[in-house]
Design a binder for this molecule. Structure first.
Ligand code: NDP
Length: 455
């Protein structure tokens, strides 16, 4: 065999797996045909966060007036933002490639395809490997409605030639609410269209309600309980028709309607790798596919599609195969954040999930963050703990508000360590912060449980 391990895909999962395996002394090859660092670095988390930061600066400048500054935001230069973002992404992109190179992995800037279970075609070269990892990620999917070709997906949003003045975003998931904040913050008339009563299905109800209020306060027009039926071209832009008969004239229509596993054209059938109903690669708890020496990691397995999960999986697999440290990745209590404006961060169970299993004590606090008592901006922070009544264990923590993701990482450590509400209560607060609210939540808001409470 040419390699001990061949990794298809140079994203978060693949690069980590290849790098750590090479560090353990394995002969490693990695193929990537688009961009090193994958979705997260190039057309996902990282550039998205730059755009969110850009969007926040406008309101920060406005808010400074409340503190005596004679400031106003002025015009925003979209091209300057995209150029600055692209420069940074190129730097990161090169770092990812270099990390692998320095670890001793052989790099292929090419597409890989299975010929059989141990043989790949990598950019026209035949390569054999003892073990193979599929880490090809996912891609954004749109809807099959008339005129769908007139809409963009998130890949395109990072390279728009100019900032649209009127935007319709379809989908109320992570990407939909994040880009709604970006476009609205940069000055566009922004419509968010989703088929649920509230955005972010699966998140805690108090967060979802608070987010809908916050998006409205930011000037975003919400269209709940509707689906788009068609998109047509007009003389000035696009017209999107909704199931409630609304017609919206906009410059940009954006599908943020989910992502699918990137498995097409990989020759997986030649290798005998089994796929699930949605085209995802099926794996066991040690990332093995239906073919024991072929593994799959990250978004291509469509389980918990988050970068830190993908990197943890890549690391665990490399340690298992070549580092004499066999392990999987525990997907309980994985913290996550939605970089809406303001953001949401969460760890553990929602009230509804926890209440299915037993009685839970609910603590909710909703308040105006200190800063906005001077700025006058209408923006609330919502903090919530879900506590098991029997054991006092904190089962879930949720924040909607400025700095929520920064706060949540530390809370996630406490919850991973099994903290109880009493542990939160005996922790001294840091004053004056929003975070201190978590250790001063004394008044129980309600009790929930099977058949009890609002859920
Ligand atoms: P999500 O699955 O989060 O949201 C998809 C949205 O599209 C939902 O509102 C969904 O509605 C809606 N939708 C799906 N199909 C249809 C349909 N046929 N008609 C109308 N609406 C539809 O996907 P995203 O694209 O926002 O993001 C993909 C994934 O990427 C996320 O789930 C997450 O794992 C990851 N991600 C993580 C980020 C982070 O960590 N900050 C940021 C961005 C992405 P419904 O709820 O009713 O199904």
């Amino acid at each position: 065999m040419d390699f001990d391990l061949f990794v298809i895909g140079g994203g978060s999962a693949g690069v980590r797996c290849g790098r750590i395996a090479a560090g353990h002394g394995a002969r490693v090859g990695v193929a990537e045909d688009r961009f090193w660092g994958g979705t997260c670095v190039n057309i996902g988390c990282v550039p998205k966060k730059f755009l969110v930061m850009a969007a926040e600066y406008g309101s920060t400048v406005e808010d400074a007036r409340g503190f005596g500054w004679g400031a106003s935001p002025g015009a925003h230069d979209w091209s300057a933002l995209i150029a600055a973002k692209d420069k940074e992404i190129s730097r990161l992109n090169a770092i990812y490639r270099r990390l692998l190179d320095q670890a001793g992995a052989k790099i292929f800037d090419a597409r890989a395809k299975f010929i059989d279970a141990h043989t790949l075609d990598v950019g026209g070269e035949r390569v054999t490997a003892e073990r193979i990892v599929i880490a090809t990620g996912g891609y954004p999917t749109g809807l099959s409605i008339p005129g769908a070709e007139n809409a963009i997906i998130s890949d395109d949003a990072f390279y728009l030639p100019e900032m649209p003045k009127r935007v319709a975003i379809i989908g109320g998931g992570y990407i939909g609410v994040e880009f709604a904040g970006i476009f609205a913050g940069l000055g566009a008339e922004t419509h968010l269209i989703y088929r649920q009563p509230l955005p972010l299905r699966g998140f805690d109800e108090d967060m979802r309600t608070g987010l809908a209020e916050a998006l409205t306060a930011n000037g975003i027009v919400l269209h709940p309980d509707v689906v788009p039926t068609s998109i047509s071209l007009t003389e000035t832009g696009k017209c999107i028709a909704l199931s409630d008969s609304t017609m919206l004239d906009v410059d940009l229509v954006f599908f943020a309607t989910g992502r699918a596993a990137n498995t097409k054209g990989l020759g997986l059938e030649a290798a005998g790798v089994k796929l699930g109903e949605k085209g995802e690669v099926l794996v066991d708890e040690r990332f093995a596919t239906s073919v024991p020496h072929i593994f799959a990691l990250g978004d291509v397995t469509d389980r918990l599609n988050l970068t830190p999960v993908a990197t943890a999986e890549g690391h665990a697999l490399a340690d298992t195969l070549f580092g004499n440290r066999p392990r999987g990745v525990n997907l309980n209590n994985v913290p996550t954040a939605v970089f809406s404006i303001p953001p949401i961060a969460t760890v553990g169970l929602t009230e509804a999930e926890a209440a299915k299993n037993g009685k839970v004590k609910i603590f909710v606090s909703k308040f105006t963050p200190m800063r906005h008592n001077l700025t006058g901006r209408v923006r609330k922070t919502v903090m919530k703990l879900v506590v098991d009544e029997a054991t006092d264990k904190v089962l879930g923590a949720h924040i909607l508000g400025e700095d929520a993701p920064e706060m949540m990482q530390g809370i996630a450590v406490a919850i991973t360590a099994g903290a109880t509400k009493a542990d939160f209560d005996r922790t001294i607060g840091i004053h004056p912060t929003a975070a201190e609210e978590f250790v001063t939540l004394r008044t129980q808001t309600r009790v929930a449980g099977p058949g009890i409470g609002p859920v």
